[in-house]
Design a binder for this molecule. Structure first.
Ligand code: PLP
Length: 374
């Protein structure tokens, strides 16, 4: 099966993990800070605090800005549910803003959703294509809101040659197995230029305990154990060195697809603007309206040929947990995006022959797909 995304672990990665396993510290050692420094240098951000997942990182980020049950955040429904679940963990209400046809939050619709309870805006760089961060930053500054960017897809993405992860008050990254790089399957991080936020995140990551001297420690916050192990960080350090080559490979596949799919009558790939570099965590295509009703058949036919297409995402407000709490919601573009979107394989472990096979097979299946009779 050619999956829509897959990790690539080589001998060097494996050796880095083995070496750490043989060392004195499996957790709480030097690899953690080394990975944090490497990430900070890569992103050009002052402080990085790694955690055991991006979900933990989101929850800690929300805690760091003091979100409570009196507050609201504005976020996108086209994301993995953790983006808003972490707000629910703080008792905070997520208000969903509609998206544009590239799957990113529609920045022009954020302002209309701001209430006296709004504390933060949380956009997601869908598939690795960065949101209009400057416009959102300006809006947040004007209305005194925090900006938390969920960059789980976008490690290595750039706008005008500058890495994303620098403009928000807190940027979130994921090292889940199939995200841009991995740290033994699970992992995440927050990046920030704000020292206070960083210090608080570090405290909350590890029980809220401050070490004074020897056995005399104090606990000043109700914290968690969201630490990332040295073994995981050793893999992260090794993987980070390969990130640019991973992105180069995914871009090569995406460019090949773009060329193959030019002017096809069945779907549009999402356009990445020229001044932007996408991490290409995903290669999403948007099916023509006439094919929405056969999307399941198309996906099934692809799976039968060994191509693991996936849909990103079911709008979060459609989950029953959300419906029970917040009632029925419907955002027009999010609904349509969900009906149209299909992510086809584009990852560093694929060969160009694999990419050719995916393109040939997809076009052939679509040729045979019966259109909806609307
Ligand atoms: C994967 C993902 C997360 C959660 O990441 P974990 O590391 O698996 O907790 C959060 N937000 C988005 C947009 C994601 O894709």
């Amino acid at each position: 099966m050619i999956a829509y995304s897959r990790q690539l672990i080589d001998e060097e990665d494996i050796n880095a993990v083995i070496e750490t396993l043989k060392g004195d510290f499996l957790t709480g050692g030097k690899k953690v800070e080394e990975f944090e420094r490497a990430l900070g240098d890569y992103l050009g951000v002052s402080y990085v605090c790694v955690m055991n997942s991006a979900t933990s990182a989101l929850q800690i980020a929300y805690k760091c800005i003091g979100l409570s049950d009196k507050d609201e955040i504005i976020t996108t429904p086209i994301t993995f549910c953790a983006t808003s679940n972490a707000a629910l963990m703080c008792g905070t209400t997520p208000v969903f803003c509609d998206v544009k046809n590239n799957g990113n939050i529609d920045e022009s619709k954020i302002k209309g959703l701001i209430t006296p309870k709004t504390r933060a805006v949380v956009p997601v760089d869908f598939g690795g294509n960065p949101v209009e961060i400057d416009k959102i930053r300006e809006l947040c500054d004007k209305h005194k809101l925090y900006l938390i960017e969920d960059c789980a897809h976008a490690l290595g993405s750039e706008i005008d040659g500058q890495k994303i992860g620098n403009k928000a008050d807190i940027s979130i990254f994921s090292f889940h197995a199939i995200k841009p790089i991995t740290t033994c399957g699970e992992g995440g991080a927050i990046a920030t230029n704000n020292k206070e936020i960083y210090e608080k995140a570090k405290l909350l990551r590890s029980h809220g305990i401050v070490k004074k001297q020897a056995w005399n420690s104090d606990m000043t916050e109700l914290g968690y154990n969201y630490r990332l192990s040295d073994v995981a960080c050793a893999l992260g350090i090794s993987q980070l060195k390969k990130l640019d080559s991973f992105i180069k490979k995914r871009t090569k596949i995406a460019n090949y697809y773009n060329e193959r799919f030019q002017n096809n009558p069945y779907f549009f790939p999402i356009k990445i603007p020229l001044h932007v570099k996408s991490s290409y965590h995903l290669y999403p295509i948007l099916l023509d309206r006439s094919l929405w009703c056969v999307k399941e058949d198309i996906s099934e036919a692809l799976h039968k040929k060994g191509i693991g297409a996936q849909v990103h995402y079911k709008p979060i407000y459609k989950f029953s947990y959300y419906k029970e709490q917040f009632g029925e919601q419907k955002l027009q573009n999010a609904e349509e995006f969900y009906k149209a979107e299909l992510s086809i394989p584009a990852h560093q472990k694929m060969s160009m022959d694999d990419a050719k096979f995916v393109a040939d097979t997809l076009l052939k299946i679509l040729e045979n797909a019966k259109e909806c009779k609307l």
